[in-house]
Design a protein around this ligand. Structure first.
Ligand SMILES: Cc1cc2nc3c(=O)[nH]c(=O)nc-3n(C[C@H](O)[C@H](O)[C@H](O)COP(=O)(O)O)c2cc1C
Length: 303
């Protein structure tokens, strides 16, 4: 009853882990059986290794957190050598999240991964990281650039291509439509919401970069609104992300139009949260006599 079919992929459950909040899946394998998840999405991989932003780059907020990690990662070369082979041992879908500063960066990174013999199911394209001062952001706020980027990547892969959208835009529907026009198979949303915190004792911002990305339960209503807008504007499958920490949250996203969900910040409180949500979803379906979670997609009722 939790099985979801999307194209030629079968997801054992609709719950995946979100980029940047679950490493590469292997770090937590002592604590969590990742094979029980519907899938994992890796931390963003870039063409070259990145140290990320200087600390403080994480700060707690009421019902959430701010981060300005700045895409710290090992770079695609080391990723292919050290991380990619480990995914072969995992019996779940792995999506590699890619970020870049120019269309060429994204394309080169994807092409480098494509030539490896790997079992990954596809790519999630980060067009929306608000932490990086240069680049990245412009793709996600501009429909033309989003379409161009998507098309350039579509030309290079037959694997599932997911475009991950930012909520920090005027009209997310336009960006979603552009991604689909460029050949995206799916849309995921949302990435973090621009935010800042202030320490009144030092009168300094809580993050070194001043502005950062807000995540966690605080952003759930923003995420739900964005998912519903996307659902109303495109017909490709949608992955809901933003403040999910229970089966109830996941079901709200499905009613708003999501096929699958990703759990992010909640993993820092409990890395097994995704698996707990899966068993809660099973109980919910049994209790409500729901044969397939596909049946509740977009079933929000209003005039
Ligand atoms: C510490 C941290 C690091 C993140 N790193 C990435 C990243 O590398 N790439 C990306 O696309 N999203 C990244 N995200 C965004 C999450 O994947 C997710 O879209 C966002 O946090 C909203 O979901 P949540 O409220 O469940 O955390 C990061 C989020 C956090 C909190």
């Amino acid at each position: 009853m939790l099985t979801i079919r999307i194209g030629n992929l079968t997801f054992a459950s609709p719950v995946l882990t979100a980029s940047g909040t679950f490493g590469y899946g292997d770090e937590v394998s002592d604590l969590v059986n990742v094979d029980l998840l519907g899938g994992i999405v890796t931390k963003s991989v870039t063409l070259h290794p990145r140290e990320g932003n200087p600390p403080p780059r994480i700060s707690e907020t009421p019902f959430g957190m701010l981060n300005s990690i700045g895409l710290a990662n090992v770079g695609v070369e080391k990723f292919c050598k050290e991380k990619l082979p480990k995914f072969k041992k995992m019996d779940t879908h792995v999506f590699v999240n890619i970020a870049g500063y120019a269309i060429g960066d994204y394309v080169e990174t994807l092409e480098r991964i494509e030539v490896e013999d790997s079992t990954i199911s596809g790519y999630e394209i980060n067009v929306s990281c608000p932490n990086v001062k240069k680049g990245g952001m412009q793709f996600g706020v501009d429909p033309k650039l989003t379409e161009q980027l998507t098309r350039a990547l579509r030309d290079k892969t037959d694997k599932i291509l997911i475009l991950k959208l930012s909520p920090n835009v005027t009209k997310i529907e336009d960006i979603a439509q552009a991604a689909v026009a460029g050949g995206a198979d799916m849309i995921s949303a949302i990435n973090t919401v621009v935010g800042m915190g202030i320490d009144i004792a030092t009168r300094r911002p809580s993050l070194n970069t001043v502005f950062g990305g807000l995540s966690g339960p605080a952003i759930k209503p923003i995420a739900l609104a964005n998912i519903h807008k996307i659902y109303k504007s495109v017909s490709v499958p949608i992955i809901g992300i933003g403040g999910i920490s229970s089966a109830k949250d996941a079901i709200e996203f499905m009613l708003a139009g999501a096929d699958l969900v990703q759990v992010g910040t909640s993993n820092f409180i409990n890395p097994a949260i995704g698996i707990n949500i899966i068993s809660e979803l099973k109980s919910y379906c049994e209790k409500e006599n729901i044969k397939s979670l596909h049946d509740i997609k977009g079933k929000l009722e209003y005039q």
